[in-house]
Write a protein that binds this ligand. Structure first.
Ligand code: 8V0
Length: 722
């Protein structure tokens, strides 16, 4: 191949080809970048409210909701293989993106429709009557979405790359960074907006959380994404599908293995590479290409571990945030909003890295190669988990001591008129004053207990406690009817506070937003947000107002005395069942900073690397392989969450950190033996060896291209080479 300087090439290509350029970039990538922005808005927006939809619309429990969520994410990163096959062997990237985007948009619309409770709410009670219908429809929607988002993902990145000419390799790298920025701008906006949309109220018969809006807006964005992509139609460089590449690759590998086994006796000369055993039947070029791809795929084996840690931001770290305090003075941060720190940091870190850090490292004469960057990225992610573990240890110091699965915990609340001596068999003695409670929960390793009170006559009653539960024994003004009430045994969700009232007043009471409570009864918990909350207590004409300022994640039982109206709610006593969160959410910032730095080094670099190291006809295949590492990472999260129930959360964080360090060491060794290649060069070399002169080849392609109007720009490059 004749090497022309970039400058010369630039002049000639500009004259010959029609592809419009702006500042050295093909204009067509503008459409691709905008398309990706809308698509990621759609994807991350839908994902942001998905767990809540499962939990509070379909009424699944926490475990099922999170499992299905991670399974869905895993599916989204497995389908890229399908997309790559369709694109490379059948439709080409352009058509694949269009068709699968249509599937995707239909999926989003289906999903949005499945969230309209009015469809099956015939009795108009605000909950759907036919859950099967909603579940079936939403699962269908999710499958279509997974097919669409995963299917187009490897194509869009690779299609973007295809728009660049050989002399634009610098711009190509910038493109991948800008591409990543757009992904994050989309994900940032949508994770901020869709939860707000969800919190709106809407509905025909009854007003409900507005899931149709929260899923509908992403659906609209997906349609816009499709329209933008089609709008750029005339400008793209479209490469034709190269035939069923995957199938030929499989056949070729299969033959090599079979042939190797047939000739396993030592009398046959060894071959340099086991793929060389396909030489008899297959094209040298194909074999060379397969070798390149296999080398990269082999390198991918350790990578899922990074994603295993990375994707726990959305689950474990958000749960951790619910046990922290989000009071930043000027504003209050909700636990699930903490996740947006990641895209915000990406938007600042990618430019800083690209413009400052990486050039600086290069100036220092250090060779910070892509694989080195990825290794360092892994180490950063490991450090993030160490940081998370340290934060967890701080939190644990302040957390209540929850019962294990075999234990039961009990607290006693006394609303009787005098101090009581409470004996719980066999040997627990508690002295509890009137309108007071036992200092803390008493832990039992058995369930059957007998409680006796030192009243006259003595009152004795047997109870059976809940295994693994927390309960309160409520002693009302008539102690003979004392009863158990179940307590929260984990931090209330989303950093809210769980509160309830015991009615020690002599008649029914009405409390703002709650059902009326009978005398001696206890309300169920209600969740209240952080901040000052007011409650009006009312009985007939009498009322008083009770206000209290709440922090994050506490639980209280309020005891209402008989004198409540005569002293204007002053005498309500408060039993603290669970302390408010005291460790500040800002302590999570270091771990977010570390994981995001790791992400820039690992993920952005990996994206570029996967494109640059792939032979031309297998670019989307390698993109798919790259995304697959993400799917496997999520599957590992699923397995570990199911199996590895470590007793301490900080220990689990440290376990993941050390696993990733171990994996990164293995990866660095593998990377050490990897030699970077220029796929185009190798292909040219193989062609030469085959005796297929580059000119000859050029002629062939030229003839082909003359028939094809779309491919004019390629021609420009070719002619400069001749
Ligand atoms: N910073 C988080 C949002 C983001 O950059 N996502 C990228 C990269 C990615 C793949 N798997 C997890 N992350 C994308 O969706 O392609």
């Amino acid at each position: 191949m004749i090497n022309l300087t970039d400058e010369k090439m630039d002049k000639t290509t500009k004259k010959k080809k029609k592809t419009a350029e702006c500042c050295g970039y093909p204009i067509s990538i503008f459409f691709i970048v905008v398309n990706e922005f809308c698509e990621r808005f759609s994807y991350y927006g839908m994902r942001a409210v998905l767990v809540l939809y499962f939990r509070y619309f379909l009424l699944w429990d926490d475990d099922l909701a999170t499992s299905i969520y991670h399974a869905f994410v895993a599916l989204c990163y497995l389908t890229p293989i399908l997309g790559a096959i369709i694109a490379d062997s059948w439709l080409g990237k352009f058509k694949t993106i269009i068709y699968l985007s249509i599937v995707y948009a239909i999926g989003q619309v289906t999903m949005a429709i499945s969230t309209i409770h009015d469809i099956t709410d015939a009795n108009r009670d605000g909950t759907p009557d036919n859950f099967t219908f909603h579940i079936a429809l939403s699962m269908l929607g999710l499958i279509l979405i997974a097919l669409g988002t995963g299917g187009i993902k490897p194509c869009v990145a690779a299609f973007g790359g295809d728009q660049f000419q050989e002399h634009q390799s610098r711009q190509l790298n910038t493109f991948f960074s800008v591409f990543y920025l757009c992904i994050n701008a989309g994900s940032l906006l949508s994770t901020l907006i869709t939860p707000v949309l969800r919190a709106q109220e809407c509905g025909i018969h009854t007003q409900q959380q507005c899931y149709p809006l929260a899923f509908g807006v992403p659906a609209v964005l997906m349609v816009i994404s499709l329209v933008v992509f089609i709008a750029g139609s005339g400008m793209y460089v479209k490469t034709d599908p190269e035939g069923n590449i995957m199938w030929s690759v499989c056949k070729c590998i299969g033959f090599a293995i079979k042939n190797r086994f047939r000739h396993r006796s030592s009398s046959y000369p060894k071959r340099e590479h086991w793929m060389d055993w396909a030489n008899e039947k297959y094209d040298k070029l194909l074999i060379a290409q397969i070798k390149m791809v296999l080398k990269v795929l082999f390198l991918y084996i350790p990578l899922p571990m990074f994603w295993t840690l990375f994707d726990q931001k959305g689950s474990r770290w958000t749960l951790q945030a619910t046990t922290m305090s989000g009071d930043f003075g000027a504003f209050i941060l909700q636990p699930d909003q903490m996740q947006t720190v990641n895209p915000i940091l990406i938007l600042t870190l990618v430019p800083i890295m690209d413009r400052l850090i990486f050039p600086l490292i290069q100036k220092c004469g250090l060779n910070f190669s892509p694989l080195k960057r990825m290794t360092v990225g892994m180490l950063f992610a490991a450090m993030a988990f160490v940081s998370a573990a340290l934060v967890q240890i701080e939190i644990d110091k302040t957390l209540p001591n929850f019962p294990s699965s075999s234990e039961s915990q009990l607290k006693v609340v006394n609303t009787y008129s005098t101090t009581l001596n409470v004996t719980i068999s066999p040997n627990e003695h508690l002295l509890i004053e009137s309108f007071g409670s036992s200092a803390d929960y008493v832990t039992f390793d058995h369930q059957d207990i007998t409680v006796s009170l030192n009243t006259n006559p003595v009152i004795t009653k047997a109870f059976s406690l809940i295994k693994g539960g927390r309960q309160t024994l409520i002693i009302p003004s008539d102690p003979t009817v004392m009863y158990l009430k179940e307590d929260v045994k984990s931090k209330p969700r989303e950093g809210k506070n769980a509160i309830r009232f015991v009615n020690g007043y002599t008649a029914d009471l009405n409390i703002t937003n709650l059902d009326s409570i009978e005398p001696s009864a206890t309300t169920n918990y209600t969740l209240v947000n952080q901040g000052k909350r007011d409650f009006v207590l009312r009985h007939g004409e009498q009322w008083c107002e009770f206000s209290r300022k709440f922090g994050f994640g506490a639980s209280y039982t309020f005891l209402i005395p008989s004198t409540v109206f005569s002293d204007d709610c002053e005498s309500i006593t408060e039993v603290e069942d669970m302390k408010p969160n005291s460790v500040h959410m800002a302590l999570q910032i270091p771990q977010y900073f570390l994981i995001t730095t790791g992400e820039v080094m690992f993920s952005v670099t990996g994206l570029q690397f996967s494109y640059s190291q792939a032979p031309k006809n297998m670019k989307s295949v390698l993109q798919a392989g790259w995304l697959c590492t993400n799917a496997v990472g999520n599957i590992i999260v699923l397995i570990v969450a199911e199996l590895g129930k470590l007793p301490k959360q900080w220990a689990e964080y440290l376990l993941f950190a050390s696993l990733l360090v171990a994996v990164s060491i293995i990866f660095s060794i593998m990377a050490y033996f990897y030699t970077y290649i220029d796929p185009a060069e190798i292909e040219a070399q193989v062609r030469k060896e085959q005796g297929l002169e580059p000119e000859e080849m050029e002629k062939e392609t030229l003839e082909m291209e003359e028939k094809d109007e779309d491919q004019k720009n390629e021609q420009g490059v070719k002619q400069t080479k001749i």
